[in-house]
Design a protein around this ligand. Structure first.
Ligand code: DAH
Length: 343
């Protein structure tokens, strides 16, 4: 008799738990409440009524079991009501597909910048920053680029309206001036940053691009220090199998000046029709030289006592060479299919 009742009660409990698990709204909660506990014909209420019919012997035992069920059900109602009210009650469907959750990644140019910085940090350099808005003095004059020097035209400068002698820097070389005005040798810095030139965008030009400048000034610095430094940089960056050569060049702020070429990363000089090196076997990658004595003097550094070397390279250009990227505009088109190849 009691065993039967227990079984019945267990079934009610199970059914109830199944049903309440589906309840998400107040309306449905009320319906379920009525079904189980309404005074008239709630399932649990019926059990209570039927208690009266039982003999004295069974009444207390059965009463206890039914009461337990009643308490369980009431507590569960309270619990579910609370979650519905706090609106956090959500039914999770674990069978739904997950979100397409992709984490971002740094831009290829940032990565190349970091790679260059790391190589020079390992060589004992510090990183210095300049300003994108510069004075004509720092950008040209102090770097020994005279007022009517053709190099000023070559740089095709953006001028800042209403501010005299104020421009967007055309190269990172003015950081040399800023740094030497504030620090005395020994100086050993690189300076990455954006530069600006009035160029029409094409496969190799954009009006904004990135450069990294290098400057080392100390006692007894000579051209072999420059050579050794650039050689170890280029071999770390492009790989040990890459050769480099120095060609005489001209920059007003270095004397002597040298342009540096690397052996073609694509054909190694073996393909006369090579698309990258045009069959020459060499690719120009940076400008460099021994800091001009006038530049040192402009920064109150005695050229009799100190000498130094400097170099400057285009970040986009060396990234294009390293990865065989044919068009500089691809860095800025923000086509994720292109950029994600480097992420
Ligand atoms: N500033 C030069 C340019 O933008 C690059 C350069 C050449 C930097 C020679 C240097 C250097 O420091 O020594 O074309």
């Amino acid at each position: 008799m009691i065993d039967e009742l227990k079984k019945e009660i267990e079934k009610v409990r199970k059914d109830f738990l199944k049903e309440i698990d589906q309840v998400l709204s107040k309306e449905n909660l009320k319906k379920l409440r009525d079904k189980y506990t309404s005074r008239k014909n709630g399932i649990v209420t019926e059990f209570m009524h039927n208690l009266k019919k039982l003999s004295k012997e069974y009444k207390p035992i059965a009463g206890k079991i039914i009461n337990e069920l009643k308490l369980n059900i009431e507590n569960k109602f309270k619990e579910v009501e609370k979650s519905i009210n706090s609106k956090v009650y959500k039914k999770v469907d674990y069978s739904l597909p997950d979100f397409d959750f992709s984490v971002g990644f740094s831009h290829i140019l940032s990565d190349i910048g970091t790679e260059i910085e790391d190589i020079f940090l390992n060589l004992g350099y510090e990183i210095a920053y300049g300003f994108e808005v510069e004075s004509e003095y720092n950008n040209f004059t102090a770097l020994n680029i005279a007022e009517h020097h053709p190099a000023r035209d070559e740089h095709d400068t953006f001028f800042i309206k209403d501010f005299e002698n104020t421009i967007l820097r055309t190269h990172t070389s003015p950081v040399q001036i800023r740094y030497m005005n504030e620090h005395k040798p020994p100086i050993k810095i690189i300076s990455p940053g954006k530069v600006f030139r009035k160029d029409e965008p094409d496969a190799t030009h954009t009006p904004v691009f990135n450069q990294v400048e290098g400057l080392l000034v100390d006692k007894n610095i000579n051209f072999s220090h420059l050579k050794g430094t650039l050689e170890s940089f280029i071999k770390s960056f492009f790989g040990g199998n890459i050769d480099l050569r120095f060609r005489p060049g001209y920059f007003p702020f270095t004397e002597p000046s040298a342009e540096v070429d690397i052996s073609c990363v694509l054909c190694f000089g073996k393909d006369p029709d090579c698309k990258i090196c045009k069959g020459t076997g060499w690719l120009e990658i940076l400008g460099s030289g021994m800091v001009h004595p006038k530049v040192l003097l402009n920064c109150n550094i005695n050229p009799e006592e100190y000498s130094g070397f400097a170099f400057g390279m285009g970040v986009e250009r060396i990234a294009m060479l390293k990865y065989g990227i044919p068009d500089i505009r691809m860095f800025y088109d923000n086509d994720i299919r292109f950029l994600s190849q480097f992420g």
